[in-house]
Design a protein around this ligand. Sequence first.
Ligand code: SAH
Ligand code: SF4
Length: 372
Amino acid sequence: MSSPVLCGLPPEELAALLNFLPRFRAAQIFKWIAAGVSSFAEMKNLPLSLREELAGRFALRSSAVDARREDPDGTVKLGVRLADGARIEAVLLAGGNGRRTACLSTQAGCPAGCVFCKTGSLGFTRNLTSAEIVEQFLFLRAAALEEAAAAGEGAAESRAAGAKGRAGRAVANIVIMGMGEPLLNLAEVRRALAVITCRQGMDFSKRRITLSTCGIGAGIIDLAEKGPAVRLALSLTTADEALRRRLMPITEAHHLSEIKEALACFQRAGGGRITLELVLLGGINTRGEDAAALADFARGLDVVVNLIPWNPVEGLKTDDGRPLRQPSSGEAAAFASRLEAAGLKVTRRFRKGRGVMGACGQLGVLPERRED
Ligand code: SAH
Ligand code: SF4
């Protein structure tokens, strides 16, 4: 049997596992994990004999980066090999003025099967563990620190970061928008977020974390009721129910009425403005009916609509065999104007990372690096 992995354990679970030690030792170890050390040997305030004992009984991490690709726009895509050989991807997106966003995966593959999504076309392998989610954050934070150092952001950044240290600021935002559906793995996502947001450790602000879901009503309500209080994005794609069923088959089990009720519940619980993500598929979901249905869906909710032109993924087709295509810029602009005319707040954020197939719907394709 493999050794228990420590990096995905919230403080109370770590303390319980290490209950043969005085409690302050678990707190020290938790801080070292948060600092990003990759071996027990680096935990300098532990006696040598304890470091050796821990190394014999436990593992700090369970996965390893086995591929890395960088885009000229600053996007870094990491391929990660899990202990059982499954592979996932994690992406660091570079924003303006050195603000970097870590995009985390929550499943290997995805069971939802959206027709426009590369991950969906892979099928479902398994849920990720808390450790596997936390490790992606640590890998991306290390990559962000390297990028910041290479860009000469070091000195000013350290001063601005103050007590939190440089590591605390290297990643400005987290989006849970990588491979997989987070609300179908909520228990492990919750444990991972408990680690990432813990004040005594990585101390990442919940309000700078956005969880994106394809619309699992019960999961949204669970999140609203029990937290953590992260921001929410819904991958709506279209509010025309019949079309959504064809593009996102999970709609058959989770109707738009259920999703809307869950979003309202999330907002009543103080969840704040919700982002409705619309992947624009040329000639498919940019019709007048889609704009009207969207305005209707959004009524009574505090939302912003984010339009994302579809990122090409070879071989993906609609259920009736038509190849998907990107919308023309005129088509996207006309659709945006329709939504605005209907009173909706619209953003058109062109996601980075397409060059490395690192935009979220393109994950699942980075070939592994040969080690020898
Ligand atoms: N499963 C979750 C989170 C991961 S998908 C969800 O669906 O929300 C993250 C985002 O990528 C979703 O908004 C999805 O609509 C979008 N997406 C999927 N495939 C895409 C593609 N080929 N081009 C652009 N965006 C895509
Ligand atoms: Fe899964 Fe999200 Fe892709 Fe749909 S868009 S298949 S829910 S990862």
